[in-house]
Design a protein around this ligand. Structure first.
Ligand SMILES: [Zn+2]
Length: 178
């Protein structure tokens, strides 16, 4: 690894820790634990965590909320000189928003082979047909990011199991295992 590559790797880990901090806030609020931050010239200009349940809004993924904050911070919808760090591979909706706002780099923690829009299920971030392509770095602190999701869904399943034992009319929640 060259010196510059090593420096970049170290700062990717640093910023991913910040994204993980956001994901933990989602976990504490009983939201699917995903966190995202946006960095411009070494400075964090947006921080967000998944708030789908709280806002009752299926589009309130961490990346979407962070993008809106970043646009406000730079007073422009173009985020060409900004990098997005997110704990899980972005879904196709967020990947679409990332292309629209022309983010330079997307750095994610754990991959999502079943639903990811950055190479897992499909690669919207690097589609030759679209007018913008991002540089992707994957697998930064992947184990920590994945463990948070795993713990969250395991706890939910256990809770659902207990509910089933105590009540007759339980709703079944469909969750995609990570
Ligand atoms: Zn998303």
């Amino acid at each position: 690894m060259t010196y510059l590559a090593a420096m970049e790797f170290a700062s990717d880990e640093y910023f991913m820790r910040e994204a993980l901090r956001q994901a933990r806030r989602a976990y504490a609020a009983d939201e699917v634990p995903c966190g995202a931050i946006i960095v411009r010239e070494g400075e964090i200009i947006a921080r967000a965590w998944n708030q789908v349940e709280m806002l009752k809004d299926a589009t309130a993924h961490a990346e979407m909320l962070a993008i809106t904050q970043a646009e406000a911070a730079v007073e422009d919808w173009r985020l060409n000189d900004c990098d997005l760090y997110v704990t899980k591979e972005p879904c196709p909706m967020c990947a679409g928003a990332i292309v629209h706002t022309r983010l330079r780099r997307v750095i994610f923690g754990c991959p999502d082979p079943r639903g990811g829009g950055a190479g897992g299920l499909m690669n919207i971030l690097q589609m030759p047909q679209l007018n913008h392509r991002c540089v992707i770095t994957s697998g930064i602190l992947a184990d920590e990011c994945a463990a948070l999701l795993r713990d969250f869904f395991r706890a939910r399943r256990e809770e659902a199991g207990l509910m089933k034992l105590t009540t007759e009319d339980t709703e079944t929640t469909e969750e995609r295992p990570i």
